[in-house]
Each structure stands twice: as structure tokens, then as C-alpha cells.
Design a protein around this ligand. Structure first.
Ligand code: SF4
Ligand code: SF4
Length: 374
């Protein structure tokens, strides 16, 4: 089959070849891929004989995941998603509706058996045989199992499909369950990639799809099934307020002087120290610096971390998981300006499960004055 080629596709997208390659290079850099991979991605996605078919199922969700993709302000992002993949079924975006839409889904599954990507947003209710989410007279539980057996891979987009999200908050009346658990319980072994976030960052979705299309394999995942390029680091590691955390400068109330000065939000319940995501690095909405929750003065609430967002109280303090450079955690209970104490650091590190040796080392270092004596 004749391929479309880079020139044709970029003309269709309304961007120059140069702009398109630049965009793909930014995506590649975001995934930590070597220089030159951007061009490889651009060639791969535009030379494919057929756009990769995607079936998008919506379960217990608010459509925020789809909105975050479509409302992205980058001029090419929405086009890239809709023009480079073949979105054969999406309850909100598909032109056909009712039985016609369901027939389109069935026809695409039949024609693309083993080759299509299944995207799922929303949690799957399993209580009472799944009757709390019905589509065209069938439970989404059934539709998911049926579709998952036939696809190449599944992308669980958003915190609801990755972890259960909002619908799974206590007391979880419908038995809202993450996609990977539903499939594991049913013995379906199709790989599931989790792209959590509420809503998820569209670049993380797009990068995952482009990676799969280019290299014909999944990106490296962490133990919770998240792409490492996006979820390999704690938010706390890249946060612009981190120097304030290290120096013991915290906002204690919304709107207080320290909040206005941009101090650390840990005492307001920021879950950055226990949440893995690239929010501070890639931001949201292409509107410049500071466009992410902590950047706007709101604590991270941990939506990308299983068991944190929607489960821990908003204003509870985050667990400190690791001691990272500059290897000193101030005592977060101290009055500001008093500095860290040996006991505070040791307790923080030990409570976080850090190695006892590391905790003692830090405590030992903090207990010494400038000349090194106790
Ligand atoms: Fe909505 Fe958030 Fe769930 Fe996505 S993850 S469907 S944005 S509640
Ligand atoms: Fe940033 Fe939150 Fe960490 Fe403070 S606790 S440095 S606001 S991520």
C-alpha cells in the first residue's frame, strides 16, 4: 500500500515539516530518548500504511480525560491525536451513535484483531455484575472483557481507570475497580499501561502512542504499569518550591504571608513527596511557567499515585519516601526559622521506610556544627 509520507501528513496537519519534526523531537526528549529519535518518530507515524486503530471505551468517568486531550492548546496536539490514529469508536466523539456506533466498534474489532489499541477511561463497576454502567444494554464490564481479549495493548487513561479514582472513593458503592484488576481477575493477560492523572497530561498519552507506533513495543513501565519516562520521579524531586522545603519554609494557611511568598505547601497537605509524575517538568496546557497545581499555589493531591489521591484526606501530611540530595529534611513540625533537629530528621526518614543507616547518617550530619563537632 502506498504510504502518505511526511510531507503530505504535515500539510494535512497544517504545520511545516520542520515544526512537526521539532514537535516529535520534544516528545522524544520528554521520554528520555536519544537525539535524532524525533525524526525517527516523525517518519514512523507518517509512513505507516495504515493509521493505528484505536477503540476508546468510557466507563465510570466524567469525560475529563477526553477533554484534557481535546482542549490542549498546542496547535498540533489535537490534530496529531485525531489525524495520526484512527479513532474508530469513542462515545463522545464518534459521528455515529446508538446501534451504528456499536456496529462500528464490532466491525473495527473484527477487522483489526490483535492490532488495535484499546483505550479505557473511567473505573469499571463490578458490584452486582456491573449493572452500574451500561452501554447499549450491556455492562461495560462485559464490553471491556470482550474487547480486551482482541486488542494488542490497553491504555488505562486517567486515575479512574488506572486506580479506581473518584468512583472508588469510600464507600465505593458500585465496586469501582481499575482496569488492570478487572482483567487480572478474569485471567486476561493483555498488557495494560496505566496513564494516571485527573485529568492525565495529554503529552503522556501521546508520547506512549507515538512510542508504540514507532518501536512496535511498549515503553518501559514501573511496577504499577506506568511509563517510566513520565512517572519515574517523585513530584517533590522536580518541584520549584523544593528549596523552601529543604530550608524549612512552609505555608501554614492558604493566603498567609508564606503562601503568598511561594513557600512549600507540605503543611497544607501537598502529596508531592509520595507521588510520581512529571507535572512540574512538562506542565499543563502550554501556557507557560507555573501552570500546574503547585505552581498555582495548590498542594498536589496525589492523583497519579495509587491509594493517595481520592483516598488520603486532602490536608493530611504526605509520607516522606526517600532522603534525596541535599540529604537533609528539616523538622516539619518546628517553628519556622528554628531549623532541623536530629530527632526530626531521623523520625522522618525512618517513618518513610528509608534505610536506618541513611537516617542515622543524615541525623549525625545535622547534629554537628560547622566545625563538625557535636
Ligand atoms: Fe474524570 Fe479524573 Fe476520572 Fe479522568 S481521571 S474520568 S478527569 S475523574
Ligand atoms: Fe513542592 Fe509539595 Fe514537595 Fe513542597 S512538598 S517541595 S510544594 S512537591
Amino acid at each position: 500500500m502506498k504510504t502518505k509520507g511526511l510531507e503530505t501528513v504535515t500539510t494535512q496537519l497544517g504545520v511545516s515539516r520542520r515544526e512537526f519534526i521539532k514537535f516529535c523531537s520534544v516528545v522524544a526528549a520528554g521520554m528520555g530518548l536519544p537525539l535524532g529519535t524525533g525524526e525517527q518518530i516523525a517518519e514512523a507515524v507518517t509512513s505507516a500504511a495504515k493509521r493505528p486503530p484505536v477503540i476508546w471505551l468510557s466507563a465510570q468517568e466524567c469525560t475529563g480525560c477526553s477533554e484534557s486531550l481535546l482542549r490542549a492548546t498546542h496547535p498540533t496536539l489535537e490534530h496529531l491525536i485525531l489525524d495520526l490514529i484512527s479513532l474508530d469508536y469513542h462515545e463522545t466523539l464518534s459521528t455515529p451513535s446508538g446501534h451504528q456506533a456499536e456496529e462500528a466498534r464490532a466491525a473495527s474489532i473484527k477487522a483489526n484483531k490483535g492490532k488495535f489499541i484499546l483505550v479505557v477511561d473511567g473505573a469499571i463497576p463490578v458490584k452486582d455484575n456491573g449493572i452500574y454502567c451500561m452501554i447499549a444494554g450491556r455492562t461495560v464490564l462485559d464490553i471491556l472483557k470482550e474487547s480486551a481479549k482482541e486488542c494488542a495493548a490497553i491504555i488505562a487513561i486517567g486515575s479512574c481507570s488506572s486506580w479506581g479514582g473518584v468512583p472508588s472513593a469510600d464507600p465505593n458503592p458500585t465496586g469501582a475497580t481499575p482496569v488492570h484488576k478487572v482483567l487480572a481477575d478474569a485471567g486476561i493477560k493483555t498488557p495494560v499501561i496505566n496513564i494516571p492523572g485527573c485529568p492525565p497530561n495529554p503529552y503522556n498519552f501521546l508520547s506512549t502512542v507515538l512510542y508504540y507506533v514507532t518501536f512496535k513495543k511498549l515503553p518501559e513501565l514501573d511496577k504499577l504499569g506506568r511509563p517510566l519516562f513520565a512517572y519515574g520521579r517523585l513530584i517533590h524531586e522536580n518541584c520549584e518550591r523544593r528549596p523552601h522545603f529543604d530550608a524549612g519554609r512552609f505555608a501554614t494557611e492558604f493566603g498567609d504571608d508564606n503562601h503568598r511568598k511561594g513557600y512549600c505547601l507540605y503543611k497544607l497537605g501537598c502529596k508531592g513527596p509520595e507521588t510520581h509524575a512529571n507535572c512540574p517538568s512538562i506542565l499543563f496546557g502550554d501556557t507557560g511557567a507555573g501552570t500546574w497545581p503547585v505552581g498555582t499555589g495548590h498542594p498536589c493531591f496525589g492523583c497519579t499515585e495509587q491509594g493517595v489521591g481520592f483516598h488520603k484526606p486532602l490536608f493530611s501530611r504526605a509520607s516522606l519516601h526517600m532522603v534525596t540530595p541535599p540529604d537533609t529534611y528539616p523538622h516539619t513540625q518546628e517553628k519556622q526559622g528554628k531549623g532541623a533537629t536530629i530527632a526530626g530528621v531521623a523520625v522522618a526518614a525512618a517513618a518513610a521506610g528509608a534505610a536506618f543507616a541513611a537516617a542515622s547518617k543524615v541525623a549525625d550530619k545535622l547534629g554537628k556544627d560547622d566545625k563538625g563537632s557535636k
